[in-house]
Design a protein around this ligand. Sequence first.
Ligand SMILES: N[C@@H](CCC[C@H](NC(=O)CCC(=O)O)C(=O)O)C(=O)O
Ligand code: ZN
Ligand code: ZN
Length: 398
Amino acid sequence: MTVSDPVENLSKLIRCPSVTPEEGGALTALAGMLEPLGFTVERMTAREAGTPDVENLYARLGAAGPHLMFAGHTDVVPPGDESAWKHPPFAAAIDDGRLYGRGAVDMKGGIACFVAALARHVEEHGPLAGSVSFLITGDEEGPSINGTDKLLQWAHARGERWDAALVGEPTNPDALGDMIKVGRRGSLSGRITVTGTQGHVAYPHRADNPLRALTAMLSALMATPFDDGTDRFPPSNLEVTSVDTGNPATNVIAATATAVFNIRFNDRWSEETLKAEIAARLERAAADTALRPGREPARFALEWLGRVSPVFLTRDDKLAGGLSDAIKAVTGREPALSTTGGTSDARFIKDYCPVVEFGLVGESMHKVDENVPVADLEQLTRIYRAFIERWFAIAVAR
Ligand SMILES: N[C@@H](CCC[C@H](NC(=O)CCC(=O)O)C(=O)O)C(=O)O
Ligand SMILES: [Zn+2]
Ligand SMILES: [Zn+2]
């Protein structure tokens, strides 16, 4: 059996309907590719009260260092309306040089290519000059509670240590070779609840419309930029993602109004300074009477939601440089070293070893008709292979 063909590998993975938190056969399919290459494959189910159990996989080839980790996820977002797809989302149809299916680029494709690259490397060079491991979760697209974070802790407790990691998320905006991610902004979410006084909409002086205060508060969060960006990071940006009173009537002023927001923040901020800045803006806006003449400052509560994702930057020129050289050698293009976009599971890996991210073109991720050009799969396999060769050459010489 050969696993050196990324198209075959990806087709097998796409045929597994592994919508978070379902394993869907995807980790079993991956194990079936890794075991013939000599990997020791282990499965780890992570559990936490109030969340679904999630299956994860850790596989290692080699016993000695240096040790390179490839990390990613086999879970996928739901396909949505399947009848809107040109080809069924779990069929792995090839049409006009493109392979269609949920996870094609995000990120079963990255896994399929790394498996193929490693198989080719071992076929040509024999045993590795160290170790390679796959750290693959089934909970990246979901809450990420029973995924990479717990899998890393589990593997670390068993003595696993890594010298570097590559995450195979789709990092390229338009073409293969555009972009390596060398860090990510942080992410913080919050909910504001303003308490007013319910009343008749035609007698607003007898009520206190909480939406008046909330409007000023949301404007205070969004109107003035938090910063202009830093050397290595784009500007921090806050977006309001929901506003609600739960009020179905058009002639009633609601008693309370809530809004939820998320901010993607750069290294100009710590969690503490950012929370303090947001709270101060809200306090000032709550006391602003422009929309509420003659009123007392609005009463409000601010809650922080979920976990804060940390901002991080990988400062390892050899790791990013080796990957950049491999991309240049295969594509002729010089990738940008970027920290744009969302957060990723690299935020957990950075506590264990330097981590960079590079995968397919992300344009169709999470969309109907997610697809990847077959030619990109071959090219990414060549890039990964060139990277593996460079990484071991540099790491062994260190
Ligand atoms: N739901 C998880 C993690 C959410 C991660 C998500 N990341 C992306 O969409 C990656 C896209 C890109 O590379 O730009 C995000 O940024 O929200 C959690 O909440 O922990
Ligand atoms: Zn992904
Ligand atoms: Zn995704």
